[in-house]
Design a protein around this ligand. Structure first.
Ligand code: NAP
Length: 329
């Protein structure tokens, strides 16, 4: 058996230069194309020799990682860490790394794409042209609503929330409110943003944009009551995680006109099943979780994930550890 440490790459293939960077020092096993990864016998076997895991979008339960006694680092190619049992990793002294910052602007672009597309009914109108149903001048039944000058409510004013707020404030002259557990006075100064209690923000915003991490505190944060507070003119945008929304309640709210429309990049079940009403409603713009999905940003995320893993394997502090202070050393 090789004396080199082993790195497993899963779910996301690495570009050749990044793979070579790992291969210079480590033995690399590639499971990026393996379907049903957590059930795969070869993957389970490989875990027994793994020192690092690099990948994303798969929940890796504790029982599975118990089979990886040498594991030093799990390096996620994502900023969100809701797929990982953080307490378990910390207790075992395994460093969990993620990829903040490098995806912030691209994900904020996706949020703004959803804001504009939902407000101007871009997908519905484009579909009309595509079907050959554009037969006359566009009149009131097909009008959208303005974005510029409206009120933008951000729930989760962190890196991505602030980048969305900048686009709204400086690009579209919107007034910005936000809700976090703690106030961020730097964003308040920069963006002239008001902190509001959640209910007040939902009541007062024309656009409600969700950018909180999925956690036990945020799971199903938006249900029937919250959609009723938003009201019939509100457009709801979720680029965070599907789990922050009670999806059946959102579908009801969209079908009943409780809210105007939704722009969604994330869903309870992904890929979104083709028979979900969300895939077929005119007042929904549904994207297949493309928040960070550009060539440049996905490369930058993979590069950071590789560098994070390499740092830990060399005994150094990585650029973006998530559980550094919680680690049981
Ligand atoms: P971040 O900088 O940590 O921002 C998250 C913000 O949410 C923080 O300001 C935090 O402030 C607030 N927050 C956390 N829990 C809250 C709660 N219970 N109630 C109210 N506010 C809460 O993270 P980020 O880099 O902006 O990323 C945010 C999330 O976006 C990620 O976790 C990920 O799930 C999602 N994301 C999605 C995509 C996509 O492809 N669609 C791409 C990238 C990221 P306080 O701590 O003060 O509450």
């Amino acid at each position: 058996m090789s004396s080199k440490k082993t790195v497993i790459v899963y779910q996301r293939a690495l570009k050749p230069d990044l793979r070579e960077k790992l291969e210079r020092e480590y033995n690399v096993l590639d499971f990026s194309q393996t379907p049903n990864l957590t059930q795969d016998a070869e993957f389970k076997k490989a875990l027994s020799q793994a020192h690092a895991l690099i990948g994303s979008s798969v929940t890796l339960p504790a029982e599975l990682l118990d089979q990886a006694p040498h594991l030093e680092v799990v390096s996620s190619i994502s900023v969100g860490v809701d797929n990982y049992d953080i307490d378990y990793l910390s207790k075992r002294g395994i460093v969990l790394c993620h990829t903040p910052d490098v995806l912030t602007e691209t994900t904020a672009d996706t949020a703004f794409l959803l804001i504009l597309a939902s407000a101007r009914r871009a997908v519905e109108m484009a579909e009309m042209v595509r079907k050959g149903d554009w037969t006359g001048g566009i009149a009131e039944p097909h009008f959208g609503v303005d974005v510029q000058g409206k009120t933008l409510g951000i729930i989760g004013m962190g890196r991505i929330g602030a980048a969305i707020a900048r686009r709204g404030k400086f690009g579209f002259n919107m007034s910005v409110s936000y809700h976090n557990r703690s106030r961020h006075e730097d964003f308040e100064r920069e963006l002239g943003a008001d902190w509001k209690a959640l209910d007040d923000l939902l009541r007062d915003s024309d656009f409600v944009c969700v950018t909180v991490p999925l956690s036990e505190a945020t799971r199903h944060m938006f249900g029937k009551r919250e959609f009723e507070l938003m009201g019939e003119n509100t457009i709801f945008v979720n680029i965070a995680r599907g789990g922050v929304v009670d999806e059946p309640a959102m579908i009801d709210a969209l079908q009943n006109g409780t809210i105007r429309a939704a722009g969604l990049d994330v869903f309870d079940i992904e890929p979104l099943p083709g028979d979900s009403p969300l895939a077929h409603m005119d007042n929904v713009v549904a994207l297949p979780h493309i928040g960070s999905a550009t060539h440049e940003t996905r490369y930058a995320m993979a590069e950071l994930a590789v560098d994070n893993a390499l740092a830990v394997l060399r005994g150094e502090k990585p650029r973006a550890p998530y559980n550094w202070d919680a680690l049981d050393r």
